[in-house]
Design a protein around this ligand. Structure first.
Ligand code: 5GP
Length: 206
């Protein structure tokens, strides 16, 4: 039987480069898949509905909550964001490691519901680099950038609740470190009980 994949949360401050690191992981390792979230935020130039997000109105989003279609949802800088349930369950059952790229409230919610989930927080090399990246990206107004920096300060208080932190100095190395964390998680003895059992039985029958 195919063993279940690992549910992973990848968080990090706006501008830290989470998206780029996740893209690198997806393009170099086939056993990962990214869950596409729903949001009420407006698409940025180049973002495509169903690829980057499922872009929804507030009414449509509230309907999804009402129908129990989301594993978790949270409000972030004035918009709703949430993880659709069906895809995550299906992919975990297929043995894929499912990445949720979500903020901290969502991450804590996932940990409560799925204690075996692996929570990873991506840190910038230093605080100054973060603001420079966010301004340099040019996708947000100064007002939104300020709100996102304030949110980063709040989120910084909760990082200890994550299982791992990785620094995004170089994208390929950061993606590789995440992959190694997941490999180590998969190798945990309690995640390999049926393998251990079959070796035990084999020994008895020698
Ligand atoms: P952005 O607007 O920059 O795409 O995302 C804003 C924040 O929302 C990011 O921290 C991102 O990780 C988070 N986010 C994206 N999707 C979800 C989701 O489904 N649930 C939660 N809780 N946060 C999300």
């Amino acid at each position: 039987m195919q063993s279940k994949g690992i549910l992973m949360v990848v968080s990090g401050f706006a501008g830290v480069g989470k998206g780029t690191v996740i893209k690198e992981l997806l393009s170099t390792q086939s056993q990962y898949t990214l869950s596409v979230s729903a949001t009420t935020r407006a698409p940025r130039p180049g973002e495509v509905d169903g690829v980057n997000y499922f872009f929804r109105t507030r009414e449509e989003f509230e309907q999804m909550i009402h129908e129990n279609g989301l594993i978790e949802h949270a409000e972030y800088v004035g918009n709703y964001y949430g993880t659709p349930k069906a895809y995550v369950e299906e992919q975990l059952n297929l043995g894929k490691n499912v990445i949720l790229e979500i903020e901290i409230q969502g991450a804590m919610n996932i940990k409560k519901q799925f204690p075996e989930a692996v929570l990873i927080f991506i840190l910038p090399p230093d605080a100054k680099t973060l603001k420079e990246r966010l301004v340099g990206r040019g996708t947000e107004t100064m007002e939104v950038i300020e709100k996102r920096m304030n949110r980063a300060c709040q989120e910084a208080e909760g990082i200890e609740e994550y299982d791992y932190v990785v620094v995004n100095d170089e994208v390929p190395q950061c993606a590789m470190r995440i992959h190694e964390i997941i490999e180590a998680e998969k190798a945990k003895a309690k995640k390999n009980l049926s393998l251990i059992e079959s070796i035990r039985n084999g020994l008895k029958n020698l």
